[in-house]
Design a binder for this molecule. Structure first.
Ligand SMILES: CC(C)(COP(=O)(O)OP(=O)(O)OC[C@H]1O[C@@H](n2cnc3c(N)ncnc32)[C@H](O)[C@@H]1OP(=O)(O)O)[C@@H](O)C(=O)NCCC(=O)NCCS
Length: 197
């Protein structure tokens, strides 16, 4: 998987690196959310140093310090009642016990997801989401994570995540729409995206 993911990125002329002090974040401008830009410039490294999240930065293959986009992942939990029964068990033969679990499901939260304004509307969002899937599946393989979750404020973004990537909407949590994708579905989509020509 790691080799195929590296080849996928190289083929797109891109690289993905965990955020570090060399990234030139001062000019990042997603054009829609000043809070997102400020968080990336001023807070992201602090959060990562405290292991509150991992910050992953997408850059051109030949310019490792230039951020085209970034996302964050953190360990998370989902209450079973927030996931439709039809999405709980990956294997139909496990439905009887998985659907009756009362404990929270392990998950990963896609906390931030943004492209620089100059990179939007060109399909790079789909590549950035493939990077999210790759890191989510790696984390799930290491520590278990049954769902990838994103909490979304704007209605437009609910449409974006559901129509472009197939996230399911589970309900409102503190006025945020919680959306999720089962990891087994993410794995299938990742395998499909990484099929090399
Ligand atoms: C979300 C994002 C990465 C998508 O980039 P992309 O894949 O290139 O997609 P596009 O720029 O074509 O935009 C996708 C749609 O989402 C909408 N959208 C994107 N960010 C939005 C925001 N913050 N608020 C409302 N709508 C937004 C766009 O208007 C567009 O709608 P349309 O399909 O009806 O035209 C990029 O738009 C972005 O960085 N937005 C700002 C940061 C952000 O809001 N991130 C999500 C927070 S969880």
């Amino acid at each position: 998987m790691t080799d195929r993911f590296s080849a996928f990125l190289a083929g797109a002329g891109l690289q993905l690196r965990r955020m570090d002090d060399e990234h030139l974040v001062d000019f990042f401008d997603c054009g829609r959310d000043a809070g997102m830009d400020k968080w990336f410039c001023q807070t992201a490294m602090k959060w990562q140093r405290e292991d509150m999240c991992a910050v992953w930065v997408l850059s051109p293959a030949d310019n490792a310090t230039d951020p085209l986009g970034f996302f964050t992942l953190s360990a998370h939990q989902v209450i079973p009642g927030n996931v439709d029964k039809c999405h709980r068990a990956a294997d139909a033969s496990n439905k009887s016990w998985v659907n009756n679990l009362r404990q929270p499901f392990p998950a990963q939260l896609l906390g931030k997801f943004a492209l620089d304004g100059s990179q939007q509307g060109k399909g790079l969002g789909a590549i950035l989401m493939t990077c999210v899937y790759a890191k989510h599946v790696e984390a799930a393989d290491v520590a278990g994570a049954k769902f990838l979750v994103v909490d979304v404020r704007e209605d437009d973004l609910v449409t974006y995540y559901s129509e472009r990537f197939g996230f399911e909407r589970s309900g409102l949590i503190d006025e945020m729409a919680q959306m999720y994708r089962p990891t087994w579905v993410v794995r299938e989509d990742l395998n499909e995206a990484l099929k090399l020509p």
